[in-house]
Structure formats: structure tokens, C-alpha cells
Design a protein around this ligand. Structure first.
Ligand SMILES: NC(=O)c1ccc[n+]([C@@H]2O[C@H](COP(=O)([O-])OP(=O)(O)OC[C@H]3O[C@@H](n4cnc5c(N)ncnc54)[C@H](O)[C@@H]3O)[C@@H](O)[C@H]2O)c1
Length: 301
């Protein structure tokens, strides 16, 4: 893969700046578009923070430039990664603009967390070059990227994107069905569905949920996936547990009322001081620092 290929990132927010950084670290020239002047103005400082964390020289963030128009950012690019807000209509309008301004040969990727890619590509004149690339936060530290296939037509674009990501030191996986939430968020939110239901049912408090995960099976998750773990303990044991447990697990088929209520009361989590748990600014900052330090230690050099 040619490290000199130019890459555009649409949206300079939490995800966009990290995606831009990781491609710059792989040697690419990266152009970033964001309509918010404040996002473009703060971009260099936010890239410098990553460079400091990773011990990179200034030439890495210097490969990233901010642009006030989408057309300027995507000119002569090989790949475009969209990381704008999670709103279907907005993403559709961005992809319509990308079709107008990006080179015909460019692969267009969306970093949507959960929206099926075919919904974003609906109405596109060349949907076969549109793929999903679901990075994880922070994208410069977490190696996984889910690359989403919509149908057989976009398979060549999926293969090229996987090659690009591997060359950039990421760990891409191929998601073969264009389903809401792809793989990672389906797994993550299946766990959250049960966690929220347990708290709502009074089985434990939210802190206990976190303790059970962090001090229990979470300790091994980074080195032992659930399929490996099932095979390790034996599928006979796994089946016996499922025979007892499956009928009892939560099967609410909509957002849980406890979550609805907290959001409607303005309890949004760390940013409002209360969510499922209560947070002082210092406690919230300590969690962020702990996470960043841990992920940094895990990340490849
Ligand atoms: N935050 C996460 O943990 C996470 C993880 C994986 C995927 N995602 C997905 O990545 C995408 C971006 O999320 P984020 O957390 O970086 O959001 P964010 O709010 O931090 O950043 C979004 C950026 O997009 C910009 N923007 C608004 N309208 C735009 C437009 N028309 N064109 C280009 N940019 C525009 C905003 O100014 C902002 O800077 C979403 O689809 C989100 O679901 C987020």
C-alpha cells in the first residue's frame, strides 16, 4: 500500500482527529474538513497531544491539514473517512457531496457506530465504493476497525480498505453483513442491556456491575475472546449454563425505561455529574486518565 496516498477525514471531532492522526503516523498526507471553525482551530493542538503521548516527532501532526471546504479536503484523495455526527440524513448529504467532489476512484468510508452502511449509501450513484469503517475510541490507541461489506459489489473496496488499515498498523476485521451496530457494538450493547436491566430490577447497583466486569471476566477479555473461552471451558458446560440462563436473560426489545428516564431527567453521565453513577469532575478525569494510560500501555509501539 502506498503510504503517500492522500487521505481525507470529514469531521474533526473526537474520532476524526484520532483517525487523521493514525494515518499521518503511517506516512499519509491527511486533509481534514469540519464546518465548525472551533474544531479546525483546535485541531493542531489536539494532534500535538497525541504526538506527545506517543512520543512522535512534529513531522507526524504536520502531515495533517485542516480545510474549510469539503471540496478542498477531498481533492485528489484515495480514501475519505467520514466521522461526522451520528445522524443518518447528515451522513447521506455528506456522501452526496463526496460523490460530487472526491475523485471517482476514491473509496468513501463511514465511521458510523451503528447505522447500516446501505442506508447511508442509499441514493448514491456509485454505492460499490462505499464501505463502513468502524474505528473505536480513541482510534489511535485501539487497533480494531470493523470494515463493513454491504453486498458483493463493494467487496473490492472492502479488501482495499482492509489492506490500507493493515499497512497503517490497525487490526481490521471483515463484517460480512450490513447489520445495525456491526459486531462490536452489538456485543457491547447486549452486555449493557443486561446490566441496565439488572440495576432496574434491584439485583445490584451500577457500581457493582462495573466491579463484576472489571474485577471478574473483564480481566481476561483482552486475551481470551468469548468463543475461545467457551471452547476452553467446554461447550457442554456452556450449554448447561445456557439451559438455565437463557430463559431468564433480559429481552427488552427497545431502549430500557431506566435509560429513557435518566436521559429525560438530564442525567447524561460524567458530563452532567450523574448518569448510572455519580461523578465529580475529579473522578471523571481520573477515569479518563486511567483509560488512556491503560490503552497506551496495550497499544503496539
Ligand atoms: N465517540 C465514539 O466513541 C465513537 C466511536 C466509534 C464511532 N463513532 C462515530 O463517529 C462519528 C463521529 O463521532 P465523534 O464522537 O467524533 O463526534 P464529535 O461530535 O466529537 O465530532 C463530530 C464532528 O463533526 C463535525 N461536523 C458537523 N457537521 C458536519 C458536516 N456536515 N461535515 C463534516 N463535519 C461535520 C462537528 O463539527 C464535529 O467536529 C459518529 O458517527 C459516531 O457515532 C464515535
Amino acid at each position: 500500500m502506498d503510504a503517500e496516498e492522500t487521505i481525507a477525514v470529514i469531521g474533526a471531532g473526537l474520532m476524526g482527529h484520532g483517525i487523521a492522526y493514525l494515518f499521518a503516523a503511517a506516512g499519509h498526507t491527511v486533509r481534514v474538513y469540519d464546518p465548525a471553525p472551533s474544531a479546525l482551530a483546535s485541531l493542531p493542538d489536539r494532534l500535538d497531544v497525541i504526538a506527545d503521548l506517543l512520543g512522535h516527532e512534529a513531522d507526524v501532526p504536520a502531515r495533517v491539514s485542516g480545510h474549510e471546504t469539503l471540496a478542498a479536503a477531498v481533492d485528489a484523495t484515495a480514501y475519505v473517512f467520514e466521522a461526522a455526527p451520528e445522524v443518518l440524513e447528515l451522513k447521506r448529504s455528506i456522501f452526496a457531496e463526496l460523490e460530487r467532489h472526491a475523485p471517482r476512484s476514491a473509496i468513501l468510508a463511514s465511521n458510523t457506530s451503528a447505522i447500516p452502511i446501505s442506508r447511508i449509501a442509499a441514493g448514491a450513484s456509485a454505492p460499490s465504493r462505499i464501505v463502513g469503517t468502524h474505528f473505536w475510541n480513541p482510534p489511535h490507541l485501539v487497533p480494531l476497525v470493523e470494515v463493513v461489506q454491504t453486498d458483493n459489489d463493494n467487496l473490492p473496496a472492502v479488501d482495499k480498505t482492509i489492506a490500507l488499515l493493515k499497512a497503517a498498523g490497525r487490526h481490521p476485521v471483515h463484517v460480512k453483513k450490513d447489520i445495525p451496530g456491526f459486531i462490536g457494538n452489538r456485543l457491547q450493547h447486549a452486555l449493557k442491556r443486561e446490566a441496565i436491566a439488572l440495576v432496574a430490577a434491584g439485583a445490584c447497583d451500577a457500581e457493582t456491575i462495573d466491579d463484576v466486569v472489571k474485577h471478574g471476566f473483564g480481566q481476561r477479555l483482552a486475551v481470551l475472546g468469548p468463543m475461545e473461552q467457551s471452547d476452553l471451558v467446554g461447550l457442554d458446560l456452556t450449554k448447561n449454563i445456557h439451559d438455565t440462563l437463557m430463559p431468564d436473560l433480559d429481552r427488552t426489545d427497545h431502549t430500557h425505561p431506566l435509560l429513557e428516564r435518566l436521559v429525560s431527567q438530564g442525567h447524561l453521565g460524567m458530563k452532567s455529574g450523574k448518569g448510572l453513577r455519580e461523578w465529580t469532575p475529579e473522578q471523571a478525569e481520573a477515569v479518563r486518565r486511567r483509560l488512556r494510560d491503560f490503552l497506551y500501555k496495550q497499544s503496539p509501539p
